[in-house]
Design a protein around this ligand. Sequence first.
Ligand code: CS2
Length: 507
Amino acid sequence: MPASGSVPALDRSRLSGLPLLGASAPRDPARAGIIHLGLGAFHRAHGAVHTARALAAEEGDWGIIGFANRSRSVVDPMARQDGLYSLLELSDTGIRADVVDVHRGFGVMAEDPLAVVREIATPARRLLTLTVSEGGYSVSPRTGSLDVDSPAIRADLEDPRAPRSVIGLLARGLTERAADGEPFTVLPCDNVASAGRTARRMLTEFLELSGAQEDVLAYVRDSVSFPDAMVDRIAPATTAGTSDQVAELLGVRDDAPVRTERFSMWVIEDDFAAGRPAWERGGAILTPDAAEVEKYEQVKLRILNGPHSLIAYLGALDGRVIVPQAFDQDWIAEAALALIHDENLPTIDLPVGFDTAGYIEDLTHRWRNHDLGHRTRQVGSDGSMRLPQRLPAPALFHLEAGRMPALLALTIAAWFACVVPPRGFDPGEQALAMTDPAQAHLQEIASRAATPSEHARILLESGCLTAELGAHRDFVDLVGALLTTIVTSGPRAAAAEAHTASLKENP
Ligand code: CS2
């Protein structure tokens, strides 16, 4: 294997000798019709790849101007590499390495938020894609409306001209674009239910609260579309070893490569105010029916994401570093599959013709992909923002029908054990490495609890997973009982207890 230091750097002069994924976007940044917010591994393994494939089928002005949230770790090397990066697809049949060439400009939102505003106001930009994670939408987990308690939203409402939240940035950018009235599309690509509609609602609430003019509200209502979309591809955070793999496979030094799996799925509501790439020719499914897309979103959140969280938390408590090591434990796989089949599937209104058995079968292979090295600490981080999308709706479905969703309760108990552990409980290295912006706040409100059971009650009654769920006393008690078992007898005993209690009648 060549030492990665001795191989030439990836840049445009090398491109002709390398395998190109799909086609290049036009070179001229003026022809970049897309702005992307959240330039990390997921977008570069998913949206950018489908765009490169669409461009191979049909040319168009669809280069991408990409903004990272905070860090320069992707932006700097990509700018140095003329926008190029390599994508490694790892599967049982081997590794495929290709170079992607669709990005035409870079920035960092936290450093220069007004650069995003200027881009949105530029008529040549026609759509904006978002991978800003669940927290970027600023939905209050307690009320489901704009999170006016968040410091960033509060600051942006006070001074909407200097925004720092994603919603504040969009509001400012669209306010400027409204002057010309050029239509625009905001396409969310995060694991958020009814993502398009949610983004529109948060943005409109923000505009109203910040005293926006009626013509701006009318522009957003009539000329900006917010399609819903379901996105699905596992793309772990890049590690140092990935650059060595690229050096070996492609013979170039790439400081911003991405690793992903073979599987990729993107279902998009076909509602674009100002055009779009031919994504249907680049492997995506486009449908005019928003209700159909919402069904796919439910499939994704309840079959994949919710159980993924359970695997990560149980796995971390069991000392497992990566998801496949966790899923290889029979008791964890059984808990995840029971959560899918028994508790979550009956709550989903399935899309027409959807091959549920095939999706679940694929998923079990995807979760066993050791080469991807997807860490339990990565999937377990930010639960305070991710779990409200994944757990309350199916839990309430059963509770309202008088049944106890005990495996959903187990997911919550395991989350608390990892991220807000009861006093004196050591959840282990993997759990301690999980991060969450709400961690300090949750720890503080639970600090007066004398027992694990009380700990769980205080947390749930605070509305951290919706006020409605916190009001179901029997459910809250069960989360407390399962947390007590985790603390006294370990996660495996708690999983067994949850199995026994799952869907028992709850008069
Ligand atoms: C995961 C997702 O980290 C997580 O929360 O559940 O990132 C998951 O890997 C993707 O949604 C797969 O499409």
